[in-house]
Design a protein around this ligand. Structure first.
Ligand code: DX5
Ligand code: ZN
Length: 216
C-alpha cells in the first residue's frame, strides 16, 4: 500500500508570494506541492505557467506534482519537464493522444498521471492503468479552488482502487477538490492515498496538525 501523501495546491497560496507558499508547505513537514496549470480553455480559469515552476525549482526539494488542465497537454510536456516538474498529470477529457502523451511524459523521465473529471465514467481510464504512476479522481469540476467536495466521486475512487488491487498495480490514487479532514477521510476509506488540499491547507490555523489529521 502507498503511504498517504498530502499535496497542498499552490493555487490557494498568495499569487504575489509563491515562494512563501512553498515555505508554508515545507514548514508543515510536507514533501509534495500540487501545481495547478490552467489554460482558460480546458477550464474557465487561467493560473500560471512553466516559468513559475522553473523559478520555484531552485528554492525547494518539494516534489512538484503538476496537474495540467490544458486542452493540449501534449504540447507542454517538454516545457514542464525543463522547468523541473517531477510528475505530470493530464486529463483523459483533453484533446490529445492520451497514450502518446503518457509515453512522452515517461520518456522525459517524469512520473505520469491520468486525471478524470467528477462526471467521468471511471472505465475511461482503464486502458492506461498499466502505464501510469498516478490516477487523479477530480472531486470537483476543475477550474477553481474553494469548491465543495462531490461525494458521488467516492464510487469512482472505489472502482479504481479495486482495479488497482485486481491488477496488483502500485499507482497512486489522488483526489483533488474540496478536500478537508472530513472529506479526506472519506477518500482514504475509499482507497485514495494522495490528497490535494488547497483552501483547507492554506487557511488552516495549524497546517502541520491539518496535514497530520489527513494522513492519520
Ligand atoms: C481545481 C484544482 C485543485 C484546487 C483544489 O481545479 O485542480 O487543485 O486547487 O483546491 P481546493 O482544495 O481549494 O478545493
Ligand atoms: Zn489540481
Amino acid at each position: 500500500m502507498n503511504a498517504a501523501v498530502v499535496a497542498p495546491s499552490l493555487l490557494a497560496a498568495d499569487h504575489g508570494a509563491f515562494a512563501q507558499g512553498v515555505r508554508d508547505v515545507e514548514a508543515a513537514g510536507l514533501t509534495w506541492l500540487h501545481v495547478d496549470i490552467m489554460d482558460g480553455h480546458f477550464v474557465p480559469n487561467i493560473s500560471f505557467g512553466p516559468q513559475v515552476v522553473a523559478d520555484l525549482r531552485p528554492l525547494t526539494k518539494l516534489h512538484f506534482d503538476v496537474h495540467l488542465m490544458l486542452s493540449h497537454p501534449d504540447r507542454y510536456v517538454a516545457a514542464f519537464a525543463k522547468a523541473g516538474a517531477e510528475r505530470l498529470t493530464v486529463h483523459v477529457e483533453a484533446d490529445h493522444d492520451v497514450a502518446g502523451t503518457i509515453a512522452a511524459i515517461k520518456a522525459a523521465g517524469l512520473a505520469a498521471g491520468i486525471a478524470m473529471n467528477p462526471d467521468a465514467d471511471p472505465r475511461r481510464v482503464l486502458p492506461y492503468l498499466d502505464d501510469v504512476d498516478l490516477v487523479l479522481c477530480m472531486t470537483v469540476f476543475p477550474g477553481f479552488g474553494g469548491q465543495s467536495f462531490m461525494p458521488s466521486v467516492l464510487e469512482s475512487i472505489r472502482f479504481i482502487a479495486a482495479e488497482r488491487a485486481r491488477r496488483g498495480a502500485r499507482f497512486r490514487l489522488e483526489v483533488d477538490g474540496g478536500i478537508n479532514v472530513e472529506t479526506g477521510r472519506l477518500c482514504r476509506e475509499a482507497g485514495a492515498d494522495t490528497l490535494v488540499a488547497g483552501t483547507a491547507f492554506f487557511k488552516s490555523a495549524d497546517r502541520r496538525a491539518f496535514a497530520r489529521a489527513l494522513t492519520a
